[in-house]
Structure formats: C-alpha cells, structure tokens
Write a protein that binds this ligand. Structure first.
Ligand SMILES: Nc1ncnc2c1ncn2[C@@H]1O[C@H](COP(=O)(O)OP(=O)(O)OP(=O)(O)O)[C@@H](O)[C@H]1O
Ligand SMILES: O=C(CO)[C@H](O)[C@H](O)COP(=O)(O)O
Length: 412
C-alpha cells in the first residue's frame, strides 16, 4: 500500500502522480477517501475532484473485493427506484460521474457504482431500426465487452465503458469506471450471458406482471411523458416476443425474484393500485439466508390487521412458505395489500427473521425515510428494502471472510 497527500487545487502532486501512475501500470487503483484517482493515458486524473486536502491511498486490495450484483428487469419496471433504495442502505447519495457526460447512465455513491447495461448496446437506435432488431435482442448487445469489463472491475481494474445515450439514441465516447466496493449491473440482460452470470455474487429479477407493468407505464409515460394510451399498448406489445425470449427467461437464474402481481384481495381488480408482491428466495445461496415469518420452513398465512396494525379496505395478508421455482428449492414471502400507517410496519418487521438489520426497526426506519419513493406502502418497497439489507450483509460477510475480521454481533 502506498500513501501520499494531495491538495484540492492541484491535480496531484508529483509524488502522488508517480504513485498513481505506477499503480495504474500494475493494474491497481488509488483512492482519495471514497473517491477514485486514476492514472490514464500518461496523465493523472481525479474522479470527482476532492473538496479538501486529503490522503491518497493506492492499494492492491481495494478493487479485488468488488461484489457484483445483477439486477434484471424490463424497462419501466422499477429498477431505478430499487437502485435508490439499495444505495440508500449504504448511505450517501448516488449521482452520475461528476464532470462527465450529462447523459451518463451510471450512478456512483460512496460504496456502490450502478452501471446500466444499456451501455452495452452494440447497435444505436438507427442501427437497430436498420437491422430490424429491438434493444432486447442479443444481437443488439455486445456481451463480449460486457463480460470483459465486468470481469475487469471484479478483478480491481478500471475500465473505459461505452455510454448509450438515451436522449440522442447514439453511442457516446466511453467513461472511466473504477472498481467500487459494490458494483451493480442493472438492465435487460445481466444474467443472459453465462460468462457474465458466473461473475455475479448475487442476482435479482424484478418480475412485474403484464397488468401491473401496463399500469405503471401508463402512470409514467402517459402522465409524465405525454404518450398516448395506444402508443404505450403498442410499445409493450412490440417488445413482448423479445422480452419473453431473452429477458423473462433470466428469472430462473436469479437468487431472489420480486414478483409483482395484481391483488387477490379485491375480486377482479384491474386498477393495479393494490399489489400482491412475492419475494422468492433461493435456498443454498452462499452468504444469503432467506427471510422468514414466525417459523422457518413452516407454511404460514397471516392477517396482521387488528389492534396493532391499522388496515382499511382491502386489508393486508401475508404468506410464507417453502416452494419450488424452476426446479430450485425456494422460500416465498408474500404481502398482499398496503399499509395505511407506515410507522406500524414495525409490528410486521418484529415478526420477520433473518432480515439482516443492524438494529431493531431498521426496515421501518428505511421505509419511513424514503416514503416518497414509489411502492413505499406495499410489498415492493418492503421487499426491495429487505434485499438492500441482505446485499449489505452479503458484502460484510465476504469482507469478513477475506480479512478474518469478526462480523458485528446481534443482527436480526
Ligand atoms: N414499486 C412501485 N410502485 C408503483 N409504481 C412504481 C413502482 N416502481 C416503479 N413504479 C412506476 O414505474 C415507473 C418506472 O420506474 P423506474 O424509473 O424505477 O423504472 P426503470 O426500470 O428504472 O425504468 P427505465 O428502465 O425505463 O428507466 C415509475 O415512474 C413509477 O411510476
Ligand atoms: O429497453 C430499454 C432499456 O431498458 C430501451 O428501450 C433501450 O435501451 C433503447 O433505448 P431508447 O428507446 O432510449 O433508444
């Protein structure tokens, strides 16, 4: 490990510059606090210029601990919302790379870097049109590059990642990505290519049923983007064959699936406002203990409404039990309905176990803190928050295993 001091008004002083250059040549990387400093094409640059003097640390160990998480879902299915919940578990805001392309799809926080796999589109918008393929088609994506670059980050090496510009529909010049502690690759195909799949430490699939997808699309694309009902229907229909062929099939590989369905509490509901959400958790995944309700391995139906939990129509119903999913043994935790008073979630939280919280009520606190995010009063927000905590736990366990440090005791 090498250490030197820098001043905010300088790029890097000569000593730091040569340290960073040296380490870059060795394929290692340097940080200033949680920010990355890279030697690049002969010069030295600081990612996110430091706001105050500080210490630069160049270390062989830093990047090689990168945990890689895959999050798959169709467009408009809540990936960004999920990412905001996940990064908030680690604290600090997630922002696009400072001073970079304003249309970058990347989000960087102190601990996490989220890269959007749309950046591996091999064909731009015109190219897809000319070739008659959708963005969901593997032929429109560069899986070789995706594999090489995710592998490099996992090995602690920085990459020059392409940018797909959703504003122009063009492929923009690449941006520098340095290895974070936790790398999330989100998009249409994180589990499609077996080589990329193999690099994932944990994988999640957001499975939004057609009815709910339609309701969310209407809410966003009609209310916020001025699209017509017909054009939304047409766009969902046009994507469906490729979605079924190339995206949906990835759920069989996911360690956790969040399935979002219409409620069963209202007969023939077609509004899509009240949701039945199922968290499907694979058994036997390293460092991941499925959450359970009351008694691990039992089958339980629970209506928590009553003296301790306020419920208006149509109420709330939980279910927990073992099942099989694509031939895998899984546990399913299900919530149908929505909370009237979010603070009362503590009552439900206190009956859940293996939730990887650090203190009593952490889930409720997280949900209250981000109550303005979509899904905060139902199972989507609850299960996304739980998965965020499980990922934090996974990372801490991996670090503890590598360093031999004891894990914090007294976790729920
Ligand atoms: N849990 C939820 N409950 C209700 N609505 C939701 C939920 N999550 C997302 N939505 C709706 O879906 C829209 C899309 O969500 P979000 O931007 O998170 O999806 P996305 O997968 O990142 O989309 P894209 O890939 O198109 O950028 C939101 O604007 C919101 O209207
Ligand atoms: O499925 C998608 C992303 O999840 C988009 O449709 C794809 O990336 C193409 O984007 P655009 O419509 O902006 O050209």
């Amino acid at each position: 490990m090498a250490v030197c001091t820098i001043h905010p008004t300088q790029s890097l002083n000569p000593a730091c510059s040569s340290i960073a250059s040296f380490h870059q040549k060795q394929g290692l990387f340097c940080t200033y606090g949680s920010r990355a400093i890279m030697a690049k094409r002969g010069g030295v640059i600081i990612q996110n210029h430091p706001p105050s003097p500080g210490v630069v640390i160049c270390s062989a160990a830093g990047g090689s601990d990168t945990l890689v998480i895959g999050l798959a879902a169709d467009s408009g299915c809540g990936k960004s919302t999920f990412m905001r919940r996940l990064t908030s578990v680690f604290g600090g805001a997630a922002e696009p790379p400072k001073g970079g392309n304003p249309d970058s799809n990347t989000l960087i926080s102190d601990t996490t870097t989220v890269i959007c796999l749309d950046d591996y589109h091999a064909l731009d918008r015109t190219g897809r049109k000319e070739n008659g393929v959708t963005a969901l088609d593997p032929r429109a994506n560069d899986f070789d590059l995706m594999y090489e670059q995710v592998k490099a980050l996992k090995e602690g090496k920085a990459i020059d990642k392409p940018i797909y510009n959703h504003v122009t529909g063009l492929l923009d010049p690449p941006e520098l990505i340095v290895p974070p502690k936790i790398l999330v690759i989100e998009g249409l195909h994180p589990m499609f290519d077996p080589r990329v799949r193999e690099l994932l430490d944990f994988s999640i699939y957001l499975d939004i049923s057609n009815e709910v997808k339609f309701a969310w699309k209407i809410q966003r694309d009609m209310a916020e983007r001025g699209h017509s009902l017909e054009s939304i229907k047409a766009s969902i229909e046009a994507r469906k064959p490729d979605f079924d062929a190339y995206v949906d099939q990835q759920k069989q590989y996911a360690d956790a699936v969040i399935e979002v369905l219409p409620t069963q509490l209202i007969p023939d509901d077609n509004e899509g406002k009240v949701l039945r959400v199922r968290l499907i958790m694979k058994e036997g995944v390293k460092y991941f203990k499925p959450v359970y309700l009351f008694d691990e391995g039992s089958t339980i139906s629970w209506v928590p409404c009553g003296r301790k939990l306020t419920c208006s129509y149509p109420g709330i119903k939980f279910f927990y039990g073992p099942d099989t999913y694509f031939g895998h043994e899984v546990f399913v935790l299900e919530m149908d309905g929505q909370f009237d008073r979010l603070a009362e979630l503590i009552y439900v939280e206190s009956h859940l176990s293996n939730i990887s919280t650090k203190f009593y009520g952490e889930i409720t606190q997280q949900m209250l803190k981000y109550s303005d995010f979509p899904g905060s009063n139902d199972g989507t927000g609850l299960f996304q928050t739980i998965i965020g905590l499980k990922i934090r736990d996974l990372w801490e366990q991996i670090i503890a295993t590598k360093t031999g440090a004891p894990l914090e005791a007294a976790k729920a």
